[in-house]
Design a protein around this ligand. Sequence first.
Ligand SMILES: [Zn+2]
Ligand SMILES: [Zn+2]
Length: 382
Amino acid sequence: MSPVEEALKIKEEIIAWRRDFHMYPELKYEEKRTSKIVKEHLREWGYKIKRVGTGIIADIGVGERTIALRADMDALPVQEENNIPYKSKIPGKMHACGHDAHTAMLLGAAKIIAEHSEELNGRVRLIFQPAEEGGNGALKMIEGGALEGVDAIFGFHVWMDLPSGVIGIRDGPFLAGAGIFNALIKGRGGHGASPHETIDPIPIAAETILALQTIGSRNIDPIESGVISVTSICGGTAFNVIPEEVKLKGTIRFFKPGVGELIVRRMKEIFEGVTKAHGASYELDIEELTPPTVNDKRMADFARKVADKYGLMWGKVKPTMGAEDFSFYLQKVPGVFLALGIRNEEKGIVHPHHHPKFDVDEEVLHLGTAMEVALAFEFLRE
Ligand SMILES: [Zn+2]
Ligand SMILES: [Zn+2]
C-alpha cells in the first residue's frame, strides 16, 4: 500500500471536508456539528468510538502497540475577510488557524487506514479533540483516556512559515510554554492635588512594569529565551483623583520549564519588593496555561525516516513563541508535533495564523494525510 497514492485518490474528498468544516466553524467546546460528521464517518468505516464531550477517541486494529494521531477541531472568534466560495457562513467565527484542515486530513487518514486495516500490525488511535484555542481540550481528552495504552503520538499543524507541501520536523522544543497573569497593585486613593496624602498606585505600577522587563534582560540566561509582556493596564477614572488600585494583565512565554520557573519567581519578587518600597500591597495570580511543546528526538528521527521512505519532502522548522496544547500529550508519551507548509505566495496565501484573511493551500492537504498513514503503518511495523 502506498500512502501517497492512496491519499492522492481522496485528495478532492479531503478538500471537500475541509471546505465544509470551514463554512461552519465552531468555537471551543462547541464542536457539535464537526464532531457529529467525524463520528458518522468513523462509525461507517468500522472504528470503535468513545466520546469525550465533543471530542472523539477512535480505535482500529489489534496488537500490542498503539500509535495515536491527533487533530483539533475548534475555530476562532474572528470575522473572516476572505472572498472565497467556502467562506465562513457563521458571523464572527472562522477557522483562522487551520484546524478545519487538521480535521479533514486526519479524516482522510482514517479512511485509508480503515480500508487497509487487515494490514495493521497493531492499533491506531485517532484523537479528534475540542478546544485547542485556549481551552486545553487536550487535557480533557487525556482525562477521558486518550493516551491509555498509547506508545507514541503524532499531530499536524498547517504552517504559514513553511512553503507549501514541506513537512517541518523539529527535535526538542518547538512551541513555547505559555502562562497568563493578573495582578493588582493596591495603594490608597485621594485628591490628585494632594499626592502626599495617598499611596499612588500609578507610579508604582509603572515602576513594576519597567522592573519586569529586567527579567528578560538581566535574569534569563541570554542563550535561553523568555517573554514577559504586560498587555493591559487599568487604573483611575478622573483627572483629579488618585485611584486606589491599578490592574495589570499579561502573558509569559518560555521554552524550558526552568526558565518558566525563573520568570514566575522573579515576578513575585519584583511585585513584592516594589510595592513594599512604596507602602503598597499587591495580588499576583500566575496561571500556567500550556507547557512547552517538546518533540522527542528519537520519534523525530523516525518521522524523517518515514518521510524519506515515501518521498515526502521535509525540512527544518523554526521554533515559535506561540503555544499548543499538544504539549500535554508529549509530556506523557513520546511523539512529534509536525508542521505542514501551506504558504503559497502565488495564490496570496500568506496571512498569518489567526488573521481574518488566513487560508491554507489545499493542494497539499493530502500530503499531511499520506504522512499520517505512513507514520501509523511504519510505527506498527517496527
Ligand atoms: Zn491557533
Ligand atoms: Zn492551531
